[in-house]
Design a protein around this ligand. Sequence first.
Ligand code: NAG
Ligand code: NAG
Ligand code: NAG
Ligand code: NAG
Ligand code: NAG
Ligand code: NAG
Ligand code: NAG
Ligand code: NAG
Ligand code: NAG
Ligand code: NAG
Ligand code: NAG
Ligand code: NAG
Length: 807
Amino acid sequence: MVWFGCWIALLVVVGGGTTVVQVGGANVSYDGRSLIIDGQRTILFSGSIHYARSTQDMWPSLIAKAKQGGLDVIQTYVFWNLHEPQPGQYDFNGRNDIISFIKQIQQQGLYVSLRIGPFIEAEWSYGGMPFWLHDVPGVVFRTNNEPFKHHMQNFTSKIVNMMKEENLFASQGGPIILSQIENEYQNIEGSFHDDGRQYVNWTATMAVGQNTNEPWMMCKQDDAPDPVINTCNGMRCEETWKGPNSPNKPSLWTENWTSFLQGYGDDTPMRKAEDLAFHTTLFIIKMNGTFVNYYMYHGGTNFGRTSAAFIITGYYDQAPLDEYGILRQPKYGHLKEMHAALKQCLQPLLYGDLAIENLGQDQDAYVYTTSSGECAAFLLNNNTRESVEVEFRDTQYHLPAKSISILPDCKLVVFNTAMVSTQVSTRSRQPIMMFSSSQQWEAFSEIVPQFDQTSLRSDGLLEQMNTTKDTSDYLWYTFRMQNNFSEAQPMLRVNSNGHVLRAYVNGALVGSEHGTRKVTNFIFENTVSFSNGINNISLLSVMVGLPVGAFMESRRAGLQEVLIQEQNFTSYLWGYQVGLLGEKLSVYTNEGSRNVTWSQYSSPRTLTWYKTVFDSPSGNDSLALNLGSMGKGEVWINGQSIGRYWVSFKAPSGSPSQTWYNVPRSFLKPTENLLVLFEEENGYPLNISLDTVSVNKVCGHVSDSHPPRVNPWGVHHPYPWRPMPKVHLWCPHNRIITRIIFASHGNPSGNCKRYSTGKCHSPNAKHVVEKACLGKRRCSISHTKETFGGDPCPGTPKTLLVDALCE
Ligand SMILES: *[C@@H]1O[C@H](CO)[C@@H](O)[C@H](O)[C@H]1NC(C)=O
Ligand SMILES: *[C@@H]1O[C@H](CO)[C@@H](O)[C@H](O)[C@H]1NC(C)=O
Ligand SMILES: *[C@@H]1O[C@H](CO)[C@@H](O)[C@H](O)[C@H]1NC(C)=O
Ligand SMILES: *[C@@H]1O[C@H](CO)[C@@H](O)[C@H](O)[C@H]1NC(C)=O
Ligand SMILES: *[C@@H]1O[C@H](CO)[C@@H](O)[C@H](O)[C@H]1NC(C)=O
Ligand SMILES: *[C@@H]1O[C@H](CO)[C@@H](O)[C@H](O)[C@H]1NC(C)=O
Ligand SMILES: *[C@@H]1O[C@H](CO)[C@@H](O)[C@H](O)[C@H]1NC(C)=O
Ligand SMILES: *[C@@H]1O[C@H](CO)[C@@H](O)[C@H](O)[C@H]1NC(C)=O
Ligand SMILES: *[C@@H]1O[C@H](CO)[C@@H](O)[C@H](O)[C@H]1NC(C)=O
Ligand SMILES: *[C@@H]1O[C@H](CO)[C@@H](O)[C@H](O)[C@H]1NC(C)=O
Ligand SMILES: *[C@@H]1O[C@H](CO)[C@@H](O)[C@H](O)[C@H]1NC(C)=O
Ligand SMILES: *[C@@H]1O[C@H](CO)[C@@H](O)[C@H](O)[C@H]1NC(C)=O
């Protein structure tokens, strides 16, 4: 979830209600109907791709795929805590090279929507705030607070000035057409009362004062001051949003969620292509939508410790481009076809008048007509269960349940949101390298620190983030005490603000407990056995990302209260160790691994570092580590962290929230790659495998009722192009179709997930399809009786379904 506010501030208001931005290159402005670029009204499709969540080598192909998918704009956040890790020390290198990312978007001819924030939420650690901001005297985040405003303005100016120096704003001839300040601030504005309102006002004024000469937006901010544009984030903006807060502002959807965020313990959230297409189209035709951004278009990976509390490492893998940048079909292709269909309607949509004609109880025609007679119609069936036949202008149309048909000439249907004709592709992971020999692994166990070995002391329990300063997920809380309990097994009770606790008595594990994404607090309770005399209690408190949201500077993590039976150790003498020994010695790097003595792997142990080396697999398929046999920890490849993992925390379905972890090829060298894991539980490294990730199965499905399709391979045939429905199949670049698993022309039942032949079935269907497809990377089969040498059942509506293997 991305809570943020988007504003689009406009620069100059001209007569007739048009707000204009001063320009040198493209002139970006808006009015109540739409964004206006160089005098032309426009409808823009945008997709979020975050530079820091992929590797630099992926950027060109991600941008190219976005363009092929019919996007006009790439939207990204700016990650303050990556760029200014210490006050005044900036980092714009490698994955942080936002300038290069924006220039590459420009080179490929797309626009940029820049969400500066600088608070961004984004399921990113601390919502993008650098941790040092927490220690600025008197700071209160995101309200009318001078220290905060000073640093917020400083960073905003830094970014805007960098963009200006590189001429990246549209008014300078660059690609940036929109900028955002703050992020979903409305969610917390009320908590700050009048200060909240004043902060919004200050924020808008500060942003507009940056003189970018183009609109600013605030998302989820219904009171965004003029000329900043308020925008919608959500799943169904046409239903849930009140719209622009002024008749002079257009409707922008800054976050159309293609799926949803996922935390450890959550199952994978799904959003179907049909649902996404339905609500996007409805936003455009019903709300005067002029900008729709898919959040995310490519989610990518939360490398290192960059994810927010409990958020998994793979980010929005269900987006149209998956974590690895592979097309997720049919979502990608279905949206692409929708974009092409809607772009055929631009004239009437943007310059015409709307008339809504009722076609039935839950059916309406949205008809846009220009004075010169151009016409586009959208036939809506808002009934979620029943498909219907409707009559529109003397023609019968079939409308599936909850769908919209797009008729760019008010006659021919070129797209229906519920009829997916794009192939369904199935991603598979194939183990390519096992690490199953104990000879391959070496181990180094963390030392459980005892009170006597700690140097940081306090008469009480310290807040975790303020103690670690986010240099580590780990903080040891230790104390020692005389065993004077009458019970043989006294009860140890720990109340924690989160996120995970591992309790040790005299160096032995006595139990673990953890919170969840929604409720980070938890209570640990277990009976323990003490030795006679002095005992050492060591409590490891582990965070899985910093919090996001409101009042972050005063949020607490770590231990809150510790009791043994009725004795209260909360205000006792505690000793602390920040981080792990292995972290301090950098044992996950090539050089640092020599700082400790590793031993041959023998058996699974808790709090243990494991290391091995491997050669890079040949080819260029994406790679992922299958960590299904592990518990919880972090993984490094050649010293770079690919993120936290947590497979022992099962989702309601019983599966881990994430089992496979992305290994970018750019992190690898040809031979001797160092793989290091830190495992907190007793995971079993011998079952880890390195897998290739690729599409190995493709399936297509069309019916007589399908509208003709937009050419799937890039060229949008101008209307009125109307081919026969076809099944188009295509394998990834390095694969060909080696087997037809299923082919039926007739009335097969089911869909690409599950199917069987029906009563009506062309006997030679499989043969015909094999002839057309085997040995090829791409093939298409027309859904006509001629293709199959005759009609197997005249009068019955027919379907063609083909499922094929790519190898
Ligand atoms: C920018 O576009 C607006 C609206 O189309 C127009 O009124 C204004 O004159 C243009 N400004 C420049 C500098 O071209
Ligand atoms: C931001 O702060 C730094 C250090 O305090 C200062 O050097 C710099 O000039 C400021 N930048 C802006 C754009 O205000
Ligand atoms: C917003 O700020 C402007 C300029 O500082 C001021 O004139 C105006 O009264 C403020 N509005 C609110 C609601 O605080
Ligand atoms: C949101 O996206 C879905 C699919 O991506 C689309 O159907 C829907 O129309 C979009 N909504 C808006 C308002 O763009
Ligand atoms: C859409 O724009 C037209 C023309 O500006 C306006 O009359 C209409 O009220 C707008 N509709 C909505 C839902 O905002
Ligand atoms: C469709 O139906 C839903 C639920 O009944 C309703 O909330 C929504 O406003 C309807 N949409 C349209 C465009 O009629
Ligand atoms: C953070 O720690 C410092 C001492 O290092 C202390 O002075 C300060 O009060 C602490 N702040 C919070 C919020 O705990
Ligand atoms: C047991 O030891 C604790 C400190 O370790 C002390 O506070 C407490 O009074 C002792 N209780 C008895 C019954 O001696
Ligand atoms: C507790 O720690 C101290 C110092 O590290 C050690 O001497 C002592 O043996 C430990 N006690 C137990 C019961 O392990
Ligand atoms: C334990 O001590 C802490 C701090 O001294 C106090 O806040 C807490 O209420 C005590 N707990 C119990 C059960 O007495
Ligand atoms: C760990 O190894 C690195 C590289 O060999 C070295 O620079 C560093 O000083 C070592 N650290 C410790 C604490 O030994
Ligand atoms: C993989 O290799 C093939 C041919 O060797 C090339 O066409 C393709 O672009 C490469 N893909 C990537 C993602 O590098």
